[in-house]
Ligand binder design. Sequence first.
Ligand code: ZN
Length: 288
Amino acid sequence: MKIGFNEGCNRFCKDHSVLEDLNLCEKYGVDYIDIQSECLDREIAAGKYTIDDLAAWFADPAHKLRMLSYNALIFFNMKETQEEKDAVMAELDKIIEICDKLNCKMIVVVPSMDIKRKATLDEIREDAVAVLREMVKKTEPHGIKLSIEFIGAPTMTINRFEDAYRIVQEVGSPYVGITLDQYHFHGMASSFEALEKADGKKIFVWHLNGTENMPCGAAYNTDEVRLWPEEPGDCLDHKRFADALKNIGFEGDVCTMEVFRPAYYELTNEENIKTAAERTRAHVEKYW
Ligand code: ZN
């Protein structure tokens, strides 16, 4: 099992830079990075570096770190107007171009939130299946997979593992799967029974984290309550997550740390990445 780092961990650390993250991940033996689109957009706009600078970094044979995913195309589903639907596809075209330059083979897609329509789960599923089928027509020729990240919050249209899994099953493409984020799984009480019966090949990305034990669906049960795994107060059953993934044949081969805790943004970028790398490595040694 390789180890991964998601920039959710350090996106608001002082003087954050994706280019610096690449060097620090390399230094601390991280195998894969999930690059956060919000970091890229903000830092490229500020003139810190260009996509071509990042491409040159990845092209350097001295560097072993690889980009696991572009994280993320947000709010891809339940669009009402043709204009909104076209905008999602136009954004996807832009992201594919970036992924091709950075040799990235995965785009994480995040469902829409706070929609106006009182859509049923069936309506949401039908819409998501149709949109993903269109999207995968664009990504497959580039060898790029789409990974739905269900978000464990009541306002999100796809917020439980089992709902995301049904969508992925219905799409029926080897290029469309799921990002299993442990915090999100716990956030809306996704079903371990469903995970334990799933096909592990449909899970593309594993986001590792711990979390404080907040009530399911509480407004304050947000990303900010995430913890490094097994910090005091972490309530997750890490053995069960790892065993489930093992037993169902997870082939993603990377365990990626992703926390968004404000206290961790007080660390330097280097301390943050060093800690994440150490904790992820220890987790994999213990449970995998
Ligand atoms: Zn995640």
